[in-house]
Ligand binder design. Structure first.
Ligand code: OGA
Ligand code: MN
Length: 288
């Protein structure tokens, strides 16, 4: 098999065309997909009308899956490997807990000692327009910094906090953020990380970081904001406009992403994600 790839943007991403991810796939064929994943940071598979079991099975090709113990409220009731990102109300009519998931720049599970290798998000229901997701290339972001800035940030660690919010959306669920923080105490992650497979350096920040370890928020925030703004410049970003039955897999080790919420909230948006376990990174800090 030879993969048919179409680049999604200059910065990152490729669509894998003419493929059914639920069909039997040899090790060699999957090897080509994995190589494309490493080369492009994210891959898009369109028209994957597949079951939850098939989504999970394909995801397992990338590695062992997270059972989402650190985000228990958002798991699919029958499949702990699936995390819901949905605005479909709960059975009792109350709003979904996960309707604002991902609405800030982040890399999945950065607030845990085993950040994710990659995530596979499948769109089940999409609004008429919008509900887009942005992805940023953090290798490009690092490479385009000056030598002086690279030296300045080389040994810094950013404290990643669970349950953070960029905008004050209406609260989701009773004590949701508090529960997330209780389950996930603050973790300091290197601001410059080395990708374990490609060996390339990437920036590791995002909007869950409010300060560097050993520094105050007032000292840290201007630099954090600069680096996040630099990393998310339009030329480093791909914007995913979802269609039903898309699967996007992204490499959390060299990209970050943000759900935009740019859609009519009376319409339904239902997504399900598997999360591939990564390798241990960072250290616990007291007090955040
Ligand atoms: C995620 C996430 C973004 C989206 O599933 O990890 O951040 O657009 N989702 O739903
Ligand atoms: Mn995410």
């Amino acid at each position: 098999m030879s993969l048919k790839l179409r680049k999604l943007s200059y910065a990152l991403g490729a669509e894998v065309c003419d493929i059914d991810v639920a069909a039997p796939m040899s090790e060699v064929a999957f090897g080509e997909i994995y190589k494309a994943f490493l080369d492009h940071g994210i891959l898009l598979f369109r028209d994957q009308d597949i079951t939850r079991e098939q989504h999970i099975e394909f995801s397992r090709r990338f590695g062992e899956l997270d059972k989402h113990e650190s985000l228990p409220q958002d798991r699919h009731p029958d499949h702990p490997e699936l995390l819901l990102v949905t605005n479909e109300p709960n059975a009792d009519g109350t709003p979904s807990n996960s309707r604002y998931t991902g609405r800030q720049w982040h890399s999945d599970m950065s607030f845990t000692p085993i950040p994710s290798l990659g995530s596979l998000l499948k769109s089940w229901t999409v609004p008429e327009v919008g509900g887009d997701t942005l992805f940023a290339n953090m290798t490009m972001a690092y490479d385009t910094l000056s030598g002086g800035m690279k030296k300045l940030i080389a040994d810094l660690h950013g404290i990643q906090l669970a349950g953070t919010r960029k905008i004050n959306y209406a609260p989701t669920g009773v004590g949701r953020a508090e529960e997330q923080r209780k389950l996930n105490p603050p973790i300091a992650q290197p601001v410059v990380r080395v990708h374990p497979e490609t060996g390339k350096k990437a920036l590791y920040l995002g909007e869950k970081v409010k300060r560097f370890d050993g520094m105050t928020e007032a000292e840290s925030l201007p630099l954090i904001q600069y680096l996040n703004a630099h990393a998310t410049k339009p030329e480093f970003v791909y914007r995913q406009q979802w269609r039903k039955n898309d699967i996007v897999v992204w490499d959390n080790r060299c990209t970050m992403h943000q759900a935009l919420g740019d859609f009519d909230e009376t319409q339904r948006r239902h997504m399900e994600r598997t999360t591939v376990l990564g390798t241990p990174s960072g250290y616990a800090v007291m007090g955040g």
